[in-house]
Design a protein around this ligand. Structure first.
Ligand SMILES: Cc1cc2nc3c(=O)[nH]c(=O)nc-3n(C[C@H](O)[C@H](O)[C@H](O)COP(=O)(O)OP(=O)(O)OC[C@H]3O[C@@H](n4cnc5c(N)ncnc54)[C@H](O)[C@@H]3O)c2cc1C
Length: 481
């Protein structure tokens, strides 16, 4: 016998569980189907456990420089890898449990298993076949099991998985994905990271802090290729200063596997091939949507380049079926997934003033050391778009708080439309920029011009003062530079 709901969400990641909560808040009888871990990749194998590892790395870096702060730490500071990983896994588990609690609190039913869309308004749930590197996360208490379920609205939020390059497929032993990189049994002495997007650079930063000899190979002209070129160059220099080797415009063409190491054939821009041997390699060449085996073809749901095609309110081409989060395309970020979840459900409910997602205002953060954060157009993209621009810059070295923190290497860059004063983009590298960027995101959402930002008071002493100074600099009025 099938069970009936108003809304069923497939996948309990940040997209799925937020959609379920919002649907329940709006009075819908709601269920969420999850096959292996409540809270999805984000809390179990993505955003949160990586930040836990990076926090250990940050404290290690501080401790190593304790002398600069007038402190002495007796003996050598040692990283206990098992304890670091245990802490990270414990935090992931806590987040996972938190989402189960939220489902209960909001009276959302959890259906445990693997869902397939069978026909409009109906799914079938089977026991999970797929297993990732870990056993399944704990099955929430009172979860419903396999069977047929009906709902007027079905939201697909099945997320993404690591992308693999042909011939260089991760094997989980010598070539890792983020799963193995998050849970190493032992610290490699040397590591090659293929790809310098946020995931690759965060792992490079973490392992370097623990003393690993790290080489990053990137096919594009700059590290973190989506970031502003100037910010990327600044970050690259800092990363290199920390001892990370970076090879740009270079491609891992082939990998030979030894018994306990790999040798990568790295093709450089000039056509020469350099062989690099490392204990382990992390493949960080992006992710691809989980669109297979979920019955999209049963219903004729359109996909494009590995993602479900949606309109501005997350509707697919089939009535009553929606898609949100990573499976619905880039930017593949947790906050984008959550935002789409709310847009999708509120549109279903016929709420007034539902705004489509504005991808130009989705911030991006990389939590390496130094951190990088941005929103809006880069300088190059603004020029490409034919905008006449003003650019402001402010250096961390001229900010009292940064100097007091002992972290005075960084930059805040702002880009304005010369004619209208519209803030087009903000780009930052340095301490705490992942927390600071939201100030500019709010400003852009309010369609701020330089004038409002200049009239805004920033507390002293804070790193945020550099945001205002960067704006002032764009207009030749910086005060502390
Ligand atoms: C190492 C790493 C670090 C990251 N760091 C950040 C960061 O700092 N900030 C950020 O914004 N983003 C980060 N991300 C990206 C972020 O994790 C994703 O954007 C986010 O998890 C997407 O959410 P989602 O709900 O679309 O999918 P997911 O979180 O992938 O959740 C999808 C869920 O669907 C379930 N599922 C799939 N198929 C089925 C099925 N047929 N039946 C039932 N259940 C199913 C899966 O088990 C999974 O739990 C990171 C990713 C990685 C890998």
């Amino acid at each position: 016998m099938s069970q009936n709901y108003d809304v069923i969400v497939v996948g309990a990641g940040p997209g799925g569980y937020i959609a379920a909560i919002r649907a329940a808040q709006l009075g819908y009888k709601t269920a969420v189907v999850e096959r292996e871990h409540m809270a999805g990749i984000c809390s179990n194998w993505g955003c949160i456990p990586t930040k836990a590892l990076l926090r250990s790395a940050e404290i290690m870096d501080f401790a190593e420089n304790a002398k600069d702060f007038g402190l002495s730490i007796e003996g050598q500071i040692k990283a206990d890898l098992d304890a670091i990983v245990k802490r990270s896994r414990g935090i992931a588990e806590r987040m996972n449990g938190g989402v189960s609690f939220l489902m209960k609190k909001n009276k959302v039913d959890i259906i445990w298993g693997e869902a397939t869309l069978t026909k409009p308004g109906e799914i079938s749930v089977a026991e999970t076949k797929k297993k990732i590197v870990e056993p399944q996360g704990p099955k929430p208490k009172n979860a419903l099991g396999a069977g047929a379920y009906k709902a007027k609205h079905i939201i697909v939020a099945t997320g993404a998985r690591p992308r693999a390059l042909p011939g260089i497929e991760p094997d989980g032993k010598l070539i890792w994905t983020y799963f193995e990189a998050l849970k190493p049994a032992k610290l490699p002495k040397s590591l090659l990271v293929m790809g310098s997007g946020a995931i690759g650079i965060e792992f490079a930063s973490f392992y370097r802090s623990l003393g690993v000899d790290v080489t990053v190979v990137e096919v594009m002209k700059q590290v973190m290729p989506v970031e502003d070129a100037e910010i990327s160059k600044f970050a690259q220099k800092r990363l290199e200063k920390r001892g990370i080797k970076i090879m740009l415009e270079s491609k891992v063409a082939k990998v030979e596997k030894g018994s306990d190491s790999i040798t990568a054939h790295v093709e450089k821009k000039d056509g020469k091939v350099e062989k690099i041997t490392a204990d382990r390699m992390i493949s960080a060449v992006g992710v691809q949507g989980n669109i297979e085996n979920i019955g999209l073809e049963n219903l004729g749901i359109k996909t494009d380049r590995g993602c479900i095609v949606i309109d501005e309110y997350c509707r697919t081409n089939v009535e009553g079926i929606y898609a949100i989060g990573d499976v619905a395309g880039p930017p593949m970020l947790a906050h984008k997934a959550e935002h789409e979840a709310v847009i999708c459900v509120e549109k279903i409910a016929g709420q007034p003033n539902v705004h489509p997602l504005d991808k130009s205002k989705v911030p991006g953060c990389t939590y390496c050391h130094p951190q990088v954060a941005s929103v809006g157009l880069t300088e190059a993209k603004a020029k490409e778009a034919g905008r006449d621009i003003r650019v402001g810059r402010f250096s961390y070295a001229a900010n009292g708080k940064a100097v007091a923190l002992g972290d005075d290497q960084g930059m805040v860059k702002t880009i304005f439309d010369k004619k209208t004063g519209e803030l087009l983009g903000a780009h930052m590298v340095g301490a705490e920029v992942t927390e600071l960027i939201e100030g500019f995101v709010v400003a852009m959402n309010l369609e701020t011009t330089e004038e409002e930002l200049m009239h805004t008071i920033f507390p002293h002493p804070t790193l945020s003062e550099m945001m205002k100074e960067s704006v002032l600099d764009a207009y030749g009025r910086a005060l502390n530079a």
